[in-house]
Design a protein. Sequence first.
Length: 84
Amino acid sequence: MSSLQELQNLIQEKYGLDAAALDPHASMRDKGLDSLALVEFVFAIEDHFKINMPDQDTNIDTLAELAAVVDKLLAERAATAQAK
């Protein structure tokens, strides 16, 4: 399962960007999100998915890259839950 659709919905809700017009592989900075907005978006993602984004992933610039990290973290959480 990819989190991309949820991320698109979240960015539309938070910043009013049309999710359909936002290319998942394009820089979010090109759509007007500055560094502060991106940090705030990461916090919103953490709250929405109940995850903690690793610090080394702070240079992510596209929704597709964010979705890959979120999907990885969700898969790790699911695997840990199954192991218990």
